[in-house]
Design a binder for this molecule. Sequence first.
Ligand SMILES: [Fe+2]
Length: 214
Amino acid sequence: MTDQIDFTMMYVTHDAFRRDLVRLEAAVADGRAATQEVRKGWDNFTTQLHVHHTVEDEWLWPRLAELAGDRPGAPTLLAEMEAEHARLDPLLEELGGALEANAADLAERVETLTTVLDRHLEHEEDEALPLIQEVMTPADWKEFGSAMARRQGVKGAAAYVPWIIDGMSRADRRRFLAHLPAPVRAINRLAWTPRYRRRRLWNPTEAGSLKKAA
Ligand SMILES: [Fe+2]
């Protein structure tokens, strides 16, 4: 079916959020929460999540409301998506403060954020994406991708692409990179991924996971 929307970018982004929280949980369990690498991993995670949710809130949910507004369940689902994003904001803020302070209850806070974010991502994948598939066209979805790219800018893309493929299997990485234009793949291989590896997000040992990227 050629008129089906390909949700690859959404799924790989959600999976990168999930992966980062697993890394954060491991870092807290190992007593590495106060390290530079974990701070940088957290900063990048919150930046990526902020961009993702902002473009969903400003572009995706309003467009979905326009196209699906009258369908049974659509208004409730859209209200839930917004409410779930709003619930995450204070949790992120508090966890950021707890990381700064290397607070004693870090593990619990990470667990709470993971539960709330996992539930939201699953809800979006199980209910919002099927509704989007029903009422939007691939051209609409491309516009969403463009809105995301505009919001990120080149600097954002330089951080986003290597972050997405970090830790992916070779096959998944190839599949993901095939969605990008050839010049972007080239600049990622030559500049973005090497720079990302030097940042050593979360843990120096994790940096090796990108060795064969692209
Ligand atoms: Fe999403």
